[in-house]
Write a protein that binds this ligand. Sequence first.
Ligand SMILES: [Zn+2]
Length: 444
Amino acid sequence: MHDLVIKNGTIITCDSSDRVVENGFVAVSQGKITLIASADDIPVPNAATVKDACGGIILPGLINAHTHLPMTLFRGLADDLALADWLNSHIFPAEAAHINRQSVFDGALLACGEMLLNGITTCCDGYFLEDEVAKAVNLSGMRAVLGQGVIGFPAPGAPNPEKGVEIAGQFVSQWKNAGNPLIRPSIFCHSPYTCSANTIQEAKKKAQDLGVLFQIHASETRFERETSVSTHNKSPIAYLHDLGVLDSDTLVIHSIWVDKADVRLLAQSRTCVCICPGSHTKLASGIAPVKLLEDAGVCVALGTDGPASNNSADMFREMGLAARLGKILTHDPTQSPADKVIRMATVDAAKAVGIKDITGSLEVGRQADIIVVDTNAPHLTPCYNPKSLLVYSATGADVSLVLVAGRIVVQDKKLLTFDVKAAMASVAEIAERIARKNERENKQ
Ligand SMILES: [Zn+2]
């Protein structure tokens, strides 16, 4: 007898052979997948709980490989601006004025609700006061890799930047020993242009000593690349390589402005990359050369980036954008096909954030992080190819059932783990304070 069975769906496994199972069922026991088969071959087994996918699509929970959860607080605060202006004139000042323990928790909790409802079962985050993010994630029932931020100027919870690495180390130790199987701590160094060489190396060494993922933004804009070349006589990727921080436990976020030499360095060091098409297009940062990266053997994951630069957390939208941008950049409509971008949001993302043996695919023995897409809707009819349907037609709002480690967290498109309406009200209240303060300052 299994704990739970999801039956009557087309299963997209994302396993090594990319198997698709028609009229399939997935059985779950003690939080893990115990059986995947077609009801045409084996009768659906008994289980304490049986969920009917009603002919929809069953797939691994999506993995958002890069975000800043508390930045839901700044969603829509300053749009249609260049990255440097957006960051320096709007986001960094707003963070200095409004980020505190409570607002980080409230913002992160709302983000968790949004992501779970959109079928994202795992996220990889980087922010400040990350222990508050961890508390919110824990309450939501989501799986996450959580990076305490390190940056070269005073930040929330780290007023002295010289203590940033030490604080990150304390966060990692605390959550490594917390015995929470869904939360993995990490260290997130903001970027080569906001951290000194010494800070980057110290942060990487701390991550290495503690055996956790090291995350860093790099090569996001043409300006960043040109400044790096004029300052260090090296591209941002070559600079990070020469600092000795590129390896299979480092995740480089963005990697838009990379040339063949950079891609070689990423491939040789087995560094994974995360691209964020929604944010890249909105900030006009550019289009990441996914074909160049993948042809060289670099694992490329997908992320949304923070809700202030995206402005949503919907991996279906990211998959659709990644598929389209891969075609535009190469002028080749066969590039970035649907099956590839689904892997970027599942197995490849799991590898990039260091949890590929745990989640990212539907296979016996993996954690039961599973979602069901309800295809009984006009925009999802007919269904010739379920993978195309997911990438080009579906949205997060089509997700009807979400399991994390076998626990039902979303059912009938409703969040079961916490009061999402209350989380929305808390963030709306903070946003009102932010808007009032901005109004006062603009009048002065
Ligand atoms: Zn980011």
